[in-house]
Structure formats: C-alpha cells, structure tokens
Design a protein around this ligand. Structure first.
Ligand SMILES: C[S@@+](CC[C@H](N)C(=O)[O-])C[C@H]1O[C@@H](n2cnc3c(N)ncnc32)[C@H](O)[C@@H]1O
Length: 235
C-alpha cells in the first residue's frame, strides 16, 4: 500500500533518533500544551517513539493508529509495559465512538511543513477530498476544547548523511504541483543498498491549510507552539 512504512521499518528508529526529530523536546512541548488533557489519539503512531517519551512525562491514555504492521510490531515491543492501545488500520477507515482531548501527529498521517513563509499541511493521503473528510472526522472525535497538534517540519530537501551503526541515509525529493515524492534510501558504506521506501505526499498551500482546518470545524487562526506544532482548537 502506498505510504505504508514497510521496507524501512527496520532502519526507521536509527534514522529518527540520529537527529531527524528531537522526541524529548517534542514530548515536553506537547506536555506543556496539553495541560490536564490526558486522552490522546496519535494518528500515524509509527514505532511509538513519541508515545514512549510522552508516557515518561504523565499518565496519558493513548490510542495509536497506524496501518503499517511492521512499524506497530516495533511499537508493541517498545510500549509493552504500558496500556497504550495500538490499532492497525488505515486512518481513513478508523471509526470509534470514543472522544479524545487531543489528537497529535509528529510526521504521522499529516504534518505541517514550514516553507516559503507558509505553514502547509502535508499528508500521506494523496487525495485532497479525503484529507478534508479526515480533518472533519478528527474534529468530530475531539471533546469540546480539544485540540489537534500537528508537528512542524522543515522543507524536505535532498541530502545524504551517515546515521548510527555506520549506515548511510539518503533522501531524494521530487516536487510537482501539490505533490511531493520522497525516497528514503539506506545503504552501507560500500554503497550496498539495505532498504528503500517511496512515499508520495499531497500538500495544501498556506491559504488552503487555514481554510481546510476551519472548514473541518476548527477555530479560525491556528497557534504556533515553540516552532514545533501547529495547534487548532475545536470550535
Ligand atoms: C514518518 S512516520 C511517523 C511515525 C511517528 N509519528 C513518529 O513520530 O515517528 C509516518 C507513519 O504514518 C503511517 N501512515 C501513513 N499513512 C497512514 C494512513 N492512511 N493510516 C494510518 N497510518 C498511516 C505510516 O505507516 C508511518 O508509520
């Protein structure tokens, strides 16, 4: 399935903990932002790197959804002693009667990229209408006063660098219209490729990002927290 993190699951934690994301900072920022809110839905929970850090800060009640069994396998091991609920499902098909006080995503199903002076929603879901439906659904799963916190990333660029365990990571990018194609390539020092993954993202420009959030029911005017999260509150 497109954008299911399958091939790179074995190298994902190595990359993400080699400076890609700072989960200590992200979890502390969320902890401050969430205040007394404890019931959290993580959309695209991946291997549970954020969840683990959040649980070290407070007794959160977290539901993590992801459609990659390989990523969730790692998350299950990481979070074995917690009571996190991990659900293997496409977020588009995810239905629940439950309400949450916060919905979070750090590079998960949707995130924000700050680019050309704009905050843009980038999504693993490549159909714009489905993204609008997803935002409306997420809004409906929030309690009154609930919030949606989308992690902010720098623009995707092309680069290659050494990460942990003498593995090299190369990122290739192609942008066309409102689509961004990204290749993650892991290799050894001798150039032998260990794993590759292709992802396609759809993005909304800055104006449309604000509009799709308000159209979904969120309050007008999102907040930027610590330069790390775009936060929208339920109307
Ligand atoms: C870049 S990873 C981020 C994982 C995690 N949030 C983190 O901070 O490490 C993106 C995750 O989103 C998941 N994902 C992408 N599209 C999805 C969808 N439609 N439904 C559920 N999960 C999805 C992928 O399987 C992957 O695990």
């Amino acid at each position: 399935m497109i954008n299911e993190y399958f091939e790179i699951a074995n190298y994902y934690d190595n990359l993400l903990t080699s400076g890609y994301f700072d989960y200590d900072f992200l979890s502390k920022t969320l902890h401050n932002l969430l205040g007394a809110r404890r019931k959290v839905l993580d959309i695209g929970v991946g291997t549970g790197l954020l969840t683990e850090k959040m649980l070290s800060l407070a007794n959160y009640n977290i539901v993590g959804v992801d459609f990659s069994p390989r990523m969730l396998e790692i998350a299950k091991k990481r979070l074995a002693i917690s009571d996190v609920r991990l659900i293997c499902q496409d977020i588009i098909k995810f239905e629940t009667e439950e309400k949450f006080e916060a919905i979070v995503s750090t590079g998960g199903v949707i995130c924000i990229v700050e680019e050309d002076g704009e905050y843009r929603i980038f999504s693993h879901i490549t159909n714009p209408e489905k993204n609008k439906q997803l935002l409306a659904k997420l809004h409906s799963h929030l309690d009154e006063g609930g919030l949606l916190a989308l992690g902010i990333q720098r623009p995707h660029t092309k680069y290659k660098k050494e990460i942990k365990d003498k593995i090299f990571y190369e990122q290739k990018i192609k942008k066309e219209g409102n689509y961004l194609d990204k290749w993650y390539v892991f290799s050894q020092a001798n150039g032998e490729i260990l794993s590759e993954q292709f992802c396609r993202f759809y993005f909304f420009d800055g104006l449309h990002t604000a509009k799709v959030l308000t159209d979904a029911g969120f309050q007008q005017g999102y907040q930027i927290i610590d330069d790390k999260f775009v936060v929208s509150y339920k109307e």
